[in-house]
Design a protein around this ligand. Structure first.
Ligand SMILES: [Zn+2]
Length: 81
């Protein structure tokens, strides 16, 4: 008997707040001047994303996770043709 490898690994559980590290990449992600509306949810935030747009870290991470999921889905569709 041989151990069969599973074709698909189960999706890794996304833990909010663990995707991005905004402390160690050299960019200033905290704007001390004034809070601006988050580009994703519209709530005020002092945080800025890597493009210097106002964004909560959790909102940016959720958007990244969504983009990754869509890219993966598109990739799988390409592969089945
Ligand atoms: Zn937000």
């Amino acid at each position: 008997m041989s151990a069969r490898r599973r074709r698909r690994a189960p999706p890794e559980e996304y833990v909010p707040g663990t995707l991005l590290d905004w402390r160690g990449d050299g960019l200033p992600h905290w704007d001390y001047d004034r809070p601006l509306p988050c580009r994703y949810c519209g709530g005020d935030t002092h945080l800025r994303d890597s493009k210097k747009s106002p964004a909560h870290k959790v909102c940016a991470e959720a958007a990244l996770a969504q983009q990754a999921a869509e890219a993966q889905a598109a990739y799988h569709q390409e592969g089945t043709r």
